[in-house]
Design a protein around this ligand. Structure first.
Ligand code: HEM
Length: 149
């Protein structure tokens, strides 16, 4: 079946382009947030620097992360219905990883709230290691979507 044979018709390619554009914004945010946390944790609780990082993280969350996640999901689900991929292994595997990535997103928002309250449960090293998670997940997701092994 040709890519454009679903209900979206030729518009499908535009939806796919939009999907990938917002995937890039989402990934940028997912890479930036833990970096911000590393710098944030070096600031003393209640200091001006602390407040500035809370403001930066809040804006990253509101302007980039949350809207991108919602838009990636909307376009991704449109593409899934369009291609009717629900029984295909590559798609099921992609869906599981994408759910895990969305869970990581949710965890980042939770950690932002923890930092805002003045708590610092993780060490800098742990935060830097966590930063590898979205990179590895994105690499596997792209291979699943493009190669469809
Ligand atoms: C959030 C839920 C997501 C859903 C439901 C979803 C669903 C889909 C579907 C069904 C397609 C195939 C379109 C087609 O060719 O018919 C697709 C394409 C693609 N997706 Fe996603 N996706 C999601 C998230 C992501 C994420 C997080 C990434 C990257 C990290 C990603 C990367 C891609 C890429 C690169 C393509 C293009 C593949 C190609 O046509 O060669 N997607 N997506």
């Amino acid at each position: 079946m040709a890519d454009w044979a679903g209900f979206l018709g030729a518009t499908m390619l535009w939806v796919k382009a939009a999907h990938i554009i917002f995937v890039i914004f989402l990934m940028a945010g997912l890479f930036m947030m833990p970096r911000f946390f590393v710098y944030h944790q070096q600031a003393m609780v209640g200091s001006d620097e602390d407040k500035k990082w809370i403001e930066r993280e809040d804006r990253l969350r509101r302007i980039i992360l949350n809207p991108s996640l919602v838009i990636v999901w909307i376009f991704g689900l449109m593409l899934a219905f369009n291609g009717n991929y629900w029984r295909e292994t590559w798609f099921i595997a992609k869906l599981i990883l994408v759910l895990a990535l969305s869970g990581y997103h949710g965890w980042l928002i939770g950690y932002f709230k923890t930092l805002s309250k003045g708590e610092r449960p993780l060490t800098e090293k742990q935060l830097r290691m966590l930063n590898e998670v979205p990179g590895v997940a994105a690499a596997i997701i792209v291979i699943l979507a493009v190669v469809r092994p």
